[in-house]
Design a protein around this ligand. Structure first.
Ligand code: SF4
Ligand code: SF4
Length: 161
């Protein structure tokens, strides 16, 4: 089995179809636009050919998550909480302004803060799908309303640590 597979970012794809010509297995030619995981042998020809850099090669097995010290996780949460408070203020400002330029600015800052929080959570070990902590979380969902989705994800995601 290939060690890596190609992934196409549909937002970047300009549909010039070079990847269709170079792919030796036909994996790039699908109705959904997603590369066929089963057919892809990870040769990388499509990624090299794509003028829009829309294709990335993704390793099948992600490296194990590095353990963070409790003190580091604690500090990451402190920063995340500060960002949450900033978002609350920005939402208040957004609600109370009539200026279009200010609205755009506050929306952009809210989005930026959310991205930072997401990164902090990932750094803290909460969002890597292959990590034990995510696996435990999915396991906890298998008894409730989300059990079908949780079981499907558990089947697909190989736990790494
Ligand atoms: S070569 Fe790149 S831009 Fe062209 S169809 Fe393939 S993925 Fe899309
Ligand atoms: S990596 Fe190779 S086999 Fe896989 S989709 Fe790209 S060209 Fe086809």
């Amino acid at each position: 089995m290939a060690k890596q597979h190609a992934y196409r970012d549909l937002k970047l794809c300009t549909k010039d179809c070079l990847c269709l010509f170079v792919c030796p297995t036909g994996a790039t030619n699908t109705e959904t636009g997603q590369i066929d995981f089963e057919k892809c042998i990870g040769c990388g020809a499509c990624a090299n050919a794509c003028p829009s850099h829309a294709i990335t090669l993704v390793p099948n097995k992600m490296p194990p998550q590095q353990k963070k010290k409790d003190t580091v996780v604690k500090e990451l949460f402190v920063i995340a909480n500060q960002k949450i408070e900033e978002i609350k203020v920005l939402k208040y400002l957004l609600k109370n302004t009539t200026q279009e330029s200010e609205k755009r600015l506050y929306k952009a800052l809210i989005h930026s803060n959310k991205v930072v929080i997401e990164d902090l959570m990932r750094e803290s070990g909460y969002m890597l799908p292959q990590s034990k902590i995510s696996n435990d979380f999915l396991q906890s969902l298998t008894k409730g309303e989300m059990k079908e989705v949780a079981n499907q994800l558990l089947e697909k995601i190989e736990i790494n640590d």
